[in-house]
Design a binder for this molecule. Structure first.
Ligand code: SAM
Length: 415
């Protein structure tokens, strides 16, 4: 990075600030918290940080689940009108003497994700300020008057303008490196395509993009918590075969898909063969995180299950649950996955996405259970009210499991 920055900015979901601060305190105690507004925080850099923190910086450097975008600040734009603020942005940018190659303008999350259907993303305000900035750019800045809507290329130096409110703008910069640092504020410009039955489609699309899981057409995915089916549609569109597990009703369009099977039950009543024939497991159960992890652990410990990886949404039913994220990830690692990562995605609400691959050793195998396939035996209310029967389980704190068996060699991967 050129110049010597003194402050770092980090953006996150509105409401995630305490979780983000706690993470950075744990990972980078040298950073000193300086200023925050919901969804936007700054930290003073310390000379005690390794040089590479600045020279190689990318949002992933922070090792944070909750950081959505990050860079170094040039300061707050000064002015009381939009035009004065725009001039101030260009003054700060020129003063930095950095060869900027791209411009990112975005607005912090002004309200929590999901409140009044709010989805983080480009806003009318950010678009109009971007236009103003492009139109008023001094000569020497290499962009035209139109927004390109193109992500920055890896390696490009990006000038950042973060809109806190109409008249509070912060200026910063970063080098585009990993996927999310190439988009303004780490925000994709995605809309729900027509014919898609739920917003979970976008969450699954983003999770697949971020995780890079090598799911291939023809492989089977078991999806826990599949109804009404937007996420299934994302998987089916990739040619995957999907077994959707959910006591709730799937959308008719998804049910009609030839590669979709619905197991209209809660996870624990699913016959084992469904897990055995799967290459991947995803979960989006609207239950507390350890409930989801119990469900996933149950699937992994089915004798003969050979999963290539899992992609999970863990609901943070309270923000305080964010403190448990390191333990939750340790629990996933304890199953033998060598590559476990987590991020709060743009299309996540108060929840995070966890991907785990590279399964080195199977979870301790439990004796095979005989599952009665008779749906008629299950009381109707069990099927329709997922919260009820498991409430005992939810209250039970997670106990550490006995160590897994040593890795098996020559394990065959499924189809
Ligand atoms: C957020 S919704 C899932 C959205 C879905 N992935 C989509 O793409 O539309 C959560 C779902 O979890 C289901 N669920 C809750 N407990 C469950 C359990 N024990 N087993 C399976 N599904 C469960 C609920 O019925 C609900 O449909």
């Amino acid at each position: 990075m050129p110049s010597t920055p003194t402050f770092l900015y980090v953006t996150c979901q509105n409401g995630a600030e305490p979780a983000l601060k706690a993470e950075l305190q744990r990972e980078w105690p040298e950073l000193r918290f300086a200023y925050s507004r919901p969804g936007f925080l700054t930290f003073k850099l310390s000379p005690d940080l390794p040089e590479s923190f600045v020279t190689q910086f990318d949002v992933t450097t922070l090792r944070s689940v909750f950081a959505r975008s990050a860079g170094f600040t040039l300061g707050r734009a000064k002015g009381t009108t939009l035009e004065e603020l725009a001039r101030s942005v260009w003054d700060l940018a020129s003063g930095a003497e950095i060869g900027f190659q791209h411009l990112h303008v975005w607005q912090r999350d002004t309200i929590p994700a999901g409140h009044i259907e709010f989805v983080p993303g480009p806003t009318m305000l950010s678009r109009s300020i971007e236009q103003l900035l492009r139109a008023s750019a001094p000569s020497g800045f290499p962009w035209g008057t139109k927004s390109t809507s193109q992500p920055a290329l890896p390696g490009q130096m990006v000038l950042d303008c973060i809109i806190i409110d109409e008249l509070e703008w912060w200026v910063g910069y970063h080098r585009a490196e990993t996927m999310f640092s190439r988009w303004p504020g780490g925000l994709l410009e995605w809309e729900l395509p027509p014919g898609i039955v739920s917003r979970a489609y976008l969450k699954m699309e983003e999770a697949l993009l971020w995780s890079g899981l090598p799911m291939q057409a023809g492989q089977r995915v078991v999806e826990l918590g599949s109804a009404p089916g937007g996420a299934s549609q994302a998987l089916l569109n990739r040619g995957l075969e999907v077994t959707g597990v959910d006591p709730a009703e799937m959308h008719a369009d998804v049910l009609a898909h030839p590669k979709f099977k619905h197991v209209r039950k809660k996870n624990k009543y699913v016959p084992h063969e469904f897990y055995r024939e799967a290459a991947w497991l995803t979960s989006d159960i609207n239950m507390p995180p350890n409930y989801t992890l119990d469900a996933v652990e149950g699937a992994l410990s089915v004798p003969g299950a050979r999963l290539l990886g899992v992609l999970l949404t863990l609901k943070l039913n309270e923000w305080s649950v964010a403190e448990q994220v390191p333990e939750l990830l340790d629990r996933v690692r304890s199953w033998g996955f060598r590559d476990v990562r987590a991020r709060q995605l743009q299309f996540n609400r108060q929840e995070i996405c966890v991907s785990a691959t590279n399964w080195a050793k199977p979870v301790r195998q439990r004796p095979a259970k005989v599952i009665k396939p008779k749906v008629a035996d299950e009381p109707k209310d069990r099927e329709e009210s997922p919260e009820q029967p498991e409430s005992r389980e939810r209250k039970r704190p997670h106990k550490p499991r006995p160590a897994a068996k040593p890795p098996r060699t020559g394990r065959q991967r499924p189809r």
